[in-house]
Design a protein. Structure first.
Length: 133
């Protein structure tokens, strides 16, 4: 699957966003090494802190179905915003543990595709080895 196709899949996931409060829609799609796709959308809640972001939904879905970081080939994260939506801080922290450092992260708002890695998006990471000594 090309990065354009993965981005397209993320836009399909974005249609499932539940965002009655922000009206900001985000979709994500993860591609695995056997060609499977796992989708995520942002799911909001009246208790705002209970909201789950799209990329976390997608990566939790991949893990929940038995696919861990070594089997994740790429993730696309898309929004309907005016500019590309970079992952929030909580998502960067989660992705830093659940993706390999150099796994491509495709970001798009439908106008262009930007490719990043979690190594670039989150320098000086707080990681497993800090906790388990
Ligand atoms: N959101 C995401 O889904 N991913 C991000 O990385 C940034 C924020 C969602 C959460 C909330 O539903 C809406 O965007 C506005 O913050």
């Amino acid at each position: 699957m090309t990065k354009e196709e993965l981005v397209q899949q993320a836009f399909l996931a974005m249609k499932n966003a539940y965002a009655p409060y922000s009206k900001y829609h985000v979709g994500a799609c993860i591609l695995t090494d056997d060609g499977k796709t796992f989708y995520g959308a942002n799911i909001e809640n009246a208790s705002f802190g209970a909201t789950n972001c799209a990329e976390r939904s997608a990566v939790f879905s991949a893990y929940s179905n038995g696919y861990q970081k070594d089997r994740i080939v790429a993730i696309a994260i898309v929004t309907d915003g005016n500019r590309i939506g970079a992952p929030c801080g909580i998502c960067r922290q989660v992705l830093s543990e659940l993706l390999n450092q150099d796994t491509p992260i495709y970001l798009s708002n439908g106008k262009e595709i930007m490719t990043k890695t979690i190594r670039e998006l989150l320098p000086m990471q707080f990681q497993t080895e800090d906790v388990i000594r």
